[in-house]
Design a protein around this ligand. Structure first.
Ligand SMILES: Cc1ncc(C[n+]2csc(CCOP(=O)(O)OP(=O)(O)O)c2C)c(N)n1
Length: 364
């Protein structure tokens, strides 16, 4: 988190990179809240979206630990970024998520059991009943950015007022795809928003070993795009920053880069043990500023959020998560051949026969 940075102020030493935060780490308000954040209903919806993500996350990890789910990428501590991004989008926009944006997917209508099917290795989990045009989870790091350029170009060519929103991690900004995508989005003034979810780690690689750049948002500048930072544990800041970037893109102003600064409180995935490469004290420090606690404190102080309301919401979402897990566990598995069903329209004749090789070519 940049020190001596304030709302709409400038991160230390970065004249061109604005930084937005409305809720301090303690949940107190800084500056003047945007209109949506003055309304209790809006704030409780954002809080519910984050709680839904967290309770789902806990269940998914438990399912994996008991052998009933494949490897799972937790989003513990990153709920504000996911929910803030999705809350800023319109239904007709297209989300191109990485593998840690369950909260954004749920907000946009992806069902929890679909997500569990995906993490359970079932292709049907990517065939969302809800946001039909949203992209499936993207595991290859950084490929979602050039895909977003393609989507945004299609919107531009068709004259549609829609935007593509791609999300990736801090590590994803070290790959060529990221820079190529930003470059073309700049040249073609595309309606795209590139969100960097800077959770400080790319598996065991800390940010300091990933880049010498003082801010990842700075990487926008070379592509001629505006780049800014938001406190990624403040859902209000994320939604506000992404909303402004989307408004700009929708009105023909072109693409932007938003770096959301958060912290990955979990292991990288359930196949990882972060205790082997990072310090417990660092993790504990970040728990104090996590997104749910922050917004809950504000809801209590400014909107009279009660313990009863908290318990009722937890119970409601808890039942939703249990029902999704049951639906997932009750889904009959796909046949083994399904692995090829979603790769090619048809296999027969798709691969030309390999001509016989002369013996010397084979051996040499
Ligand atoms: C092209 C590619 N190379 C390597 C990997 C292996 N891999 C999976 S996640 C990851 C690190 C990603 O870090 P970051 O972009 O910061 O995202 P985070 O996991 O922190 O959300 C890597 C290297 C991959 N999935 N894709």
């Amino acid at each position: 988190m940049p020190q001596n940075a304030d709302q709409h102020g400038t991160a230390a030493g970065l004249a061109a990179i604005p930084f937005t935060r409305y809720l301090s780490a303690q949940g107190t308000v800084q500056g003047c809240l945007p209109d949506f954040a003055k309304q209790r209903t809006e704030l409780t919806a954002l809080y519910a979206g984050m709680l839904r993500t967290r309770l789902f996350d806990k269940k998914a990890v438990a399912l994996q630990r008991t052998g009933r789910l494949g490897t799972f990428a937790s989003s513990l501590g990153q709920e504000a970024a996911a929910v803030g991004i999705a809350a800023a989008m319109r239904p007709e926009d297209v989300l191109l998520p990485s593998f840690r944006e369950q909260g954004a997917q749920f907000w946009r209508g992806v069902r929890m059991e679909e997500s569990l099917l995906y993490w359970g290795g079932d292709e049907r989990g990517s065939d969302f009943a809800g946001p039909r045009q949203d992209f499936p989870v993207c595991v290859p790091v950084s490929t979602q950015y050039p895909q977003a350029v393609g989507v945004a170009l299609a919107f531009q060519l068709r004259g549609e007022a829609r935007c593509a929103v791609a999300v990736g991690g801090d590590g994803s900004t070290s790959r060529g795809d990221f820079h190529e995508a930003l470059n073309m989005a700049g040249v073609w003034t595309l309606p795209a928003v590139f969100v960097i979810n800077n959770n400080q780690w790319a598996i065991s690689v800390p940010l300091s070993s990933q880049t010498a750049a003082a801010a990842l948002a700075q990487k926008a500048v070379a592509a001629g795009l505006p780049g800014e930072q938001a406190d990624g544990c403040d859902v209000i800041a994320v939604r506000d920053a992404v909303e402004r970037a989307l408004a700009r893109a929708r009105s023909g102003g072109g693409a932007s880069v938003i770096e959301c600064i958060s912290y990955r409180l979990s292991d990288h995935t359930t196949a990882d043990d972060a205790a082997r490469y990072r310090d417990d004290a660092e993790v504990s420090r970040h728990w104090a500023a996590e997104p749910l606690r922050r917004l809950r404190k504000h809801l209590q102080d400014a909107h009279g959020w009660t313990r009863q309301e908290e318990e009722a919401l937890k119970a409601e979402i808890g039942s939703e998560v249990e029902a999704a897990a049951e639906a997932y566990l009750a889904t009959p598995p796909q046949p083994d051949t399904a692995v090829a069903d979603y790769l090619y329209a048809g296999l027969a004749g798709a691969v030309p026969p390999i001509p016989a090789q002369p013996a010397e070519a084979r051996d040499g």
